[in-house]
Design a protein around this ligand. Structure first.
Ligand code: PEP
Ligand code: MG
Length: 588
């Protein structure tokens, strides 16, 4: 048995078997092949090596023509290495002795050699290590590069284990088959994690070396509540988890009963609970979980799941589907928030050095006006069918907001001229998810119909912590006093100016954090469907006065850890049943 600690990003516990997904080339998981196919694996290795040598020979000839004999020597060196027995024989032996896939043998042997070279202090060896990594990538491309995702081979329920997953890979999972996933890389608020929550698939990311240890078919427990991946669990561990699953099942039943009850605090204050969605079909899940509408529809997933830009008609269908399913309930549709970790094919052609600080979200829209206008036309046409609000992401200065609103007006004029129905008074609001927007909330408040605080990005940009990077995950702290102070200020401005305010970052779905948000004056929380029942349980168990007291005390601390401990203690006191089966330390 081996227990690996990662970052819990989507709750739930699953007991299953590993399906190693080696589409990601940075690290190839160890996959055991049946004895009968060893010969075939050796042949695959052989042809990948021959193919790579042929390719390199052509590259060398071209390099000689264009850069001269001297420069082309590097490729002779590469060719020589691929024919070198001391490098290749260990691969063959590994396949024969350990029954591993050809790609794993190639990856492992190259990785070991390059690690050995890197460990030497002479810089000439570091260069050699780079050569080896280059070569490894070339051979691996032949083995796995062009092939379709291994997921197509998945026909039974399994836990996907991969080095990393893109948001669209996760969005494409067949929920009936992928019962959980765990990755080496990733952070809590990366969009892949968000998709996991949307799909209701338990997930743990940032597990470091998991793919090295997990082979296809290994029994595994994924504990998405605590962020643990247990490989080859022993009987006692399995028993413990089965008991825990039963406890959760009973708790969930008690939550299900809340769906039809109002979301009101004990002192009679209504707290609106809305859902975050990535796909129109999720509206039903939000309502079934007791949500009162949709507080955030991340429309960029329309673009991410299409090879090309979705047409106006395709978008109109998606937006009007939401309007229909919401049936008069609140519906906030955010304009596409592309860039950073959500790239379309077209954007990927022009990689950015620092994409989280690059051409993303509203900046990208304002630079791609035809695309933006197509989306707005579809959105406005849908607004003619029922209530919806438009929200702009990542606004950092007032000009962006004005420009965005101006483009909306322009599209409205076009529609009016064409006689196309739409809501001319469609409310327009903005995300507050960068410090500049929070600090300038007073100015923005005069020009928007509503605010929504996005803690995922607000934390990322306030604390300078990449939300997708597992190496700094421990620094990603929504409870950091600086973040709380910004939220407090925005809430004060919103109250003073009468601007409706919600919070739709992942933290809004965390009951502990919700205590703080309510205490700071937030009255609308928008979260993944699955987290709405627990939020409602919390709301119905507290008074606003109590939350205000909790928030005041939280504001007196100087560290994120103290705030987090305080919120946890209070939540445990208020809804102890949510913590049953968990020790205090385990939850820390
Ligand atoms: C946020 O940043 O908090 C947010 C809700 O937007 P996204 O997670 O889509 O960036
Ligand atoms: Mg955001």
């Amino acid at each position: 048995m081996q227990t690996i600690k990662g970052i819990p990003v989507s709750p739930g516990v699953v007991i299953g078997r590993v399906f190693a997904l080696d589409d990601e080339r940075r690290r190839i998981p160890k996959r055991i092949v049946p004895k009968a196919t060893i010969e075939a694996e050796q042949q695959r290795l052989g042809s990948a090596l021959t193919g790579s040598i042929e390719e390199l020979t052509a590259v060398r000839a071209a390099a000689e023509r264009e850069m001269g004999v001297e420069a082309a020597k590097i490729f002779s060196f590469h060719i020589g290495m691929l024919a070198d027995k001391s490098l290749i024989d260990p691969m063959r032996r590994m396949i024969a002795d350990e029954s591993v896939s050809a790609e794993y043998a190639v990856y492992r042997v190259f990785a070991d050699w390059s690690a050995r070279f890197r460990a030497m202090s002479d810089s000439a060896f570091t260069t050699k290590a780079n050569d080896l990594e280059d070569l490894s990538a070339r051979v691996l491309k032949r083995l796995i590069g062009e092939h379709k995702s291994r997921l197509a081979e998945l026909h039974h329920e399994a836990v996907v284990v991969a080095s990393d997953l893109t948001p669209s890979q996760a969005a494409g999972f067949d929920r009936r088959l992928v019962v959980a996933f765990a990755t080496d890389l990733g952070g809590r608020t990366s969009h892949t994690s968000i998709v996991a929550r949307a799909l209701g698939i338990p997930a743990v990311v940032g597990c470091g070396d998991l793919t090295r240890a997990a082979t296809d078919g290994t029994p595994v427990i994924v504990d998405g509540d605590q962020g643990l991946v247990i490989l080859d669990p022993d009987a006692a561990e399995l028993e413990r988890y089965r008991a825990y699953l039963e406890q959760r099942r009973v708790f969930k039943l008690s939550l299900d009963e809340l769906a039809g009850l109002p979301s009101v605090t004990r002192d009679g204050v209504a707290i609106e609970l809305l859902g975050n969605i990535e796909f129109p079909e999720e509206v039903d899940a939000v309502i079934a979980h007791g949500g009162q509408g949709v507080g955030l529809y991340r429309t960029e997933f329309l673009y991410l799941t299409h090879e090309t830009e979705p047409s106006e008609e395709e978008q109109f269908r998606a937006y009007s589907e939401c309007v229909r399913r919401c049936a008069g309930r609140p519906l906030v549709i955010r304009t596409m928030d592309l860039g950073a970790d959500k790239y379309t094919q077209r954007q990927a052609e022009q990689p950015e050095r620092n994409p989280f600080l690059g051409l993303r979200s509203i900046r990208y829209c304002l630079k791609s006006l035809p695309m933006f206008k197509t989306q707005l036309r579809a959105l406005l046409r849908a607004s003619g069918l029922g209530p919806l609000k438009i929200m702009f992401p990542l606004v950092t200065n007032i000009q962006e907001l004005r420009q965005a609103k101006w483009v909306v007006r322009e599209v409205m004029e076009d529609l009016a001229e064409e006689g196309v129905a739409h809501d001319p008074g469609v409310p327009m609001g903005m995300m507050v998810e960068v410090p500049s927007a929070a600090l300038m909330a007073d100015h923005f408040a005069r020009e928007v119909d509503f605010f929504s605080i996005g803690t995922n990005d607000l934390v990322q940009y306030t604390l300078a912590v990449d939300r997708t990077n597992e190496r700094v995950a421990s620094l990603f702290c929504p409870t950091h006093p600086a973040v709380i102070k910004l939220i407090k200020d925005v809430a004060r401005v919103a109250r003073r100016r009468g601007v409706p305010l919600s919070c739709c970052g992942e933290s809004a779905g965390d009951p502990e954090y919700a205590l703080l948000l309510i205490g700071l004056g937030v009255r609308t929380l928008s979260a993944t469907a699955g987290s709405i029942p627990a939020l409602k349980r919390l709301v119905r168990s507290v008074t606003v006065e109590e939350c205000e007291r909790i928030a005041r005390r939280a504001l007196s601390f100087d560290s994120d850890a103290s705030v987090a401990a305080h919120l946890r203690d209070q939540a445990r006191r208020i809804i102890p049943e949510a913590f049953e089966g968990r020790s205090a330390e385990a939850h820390a």
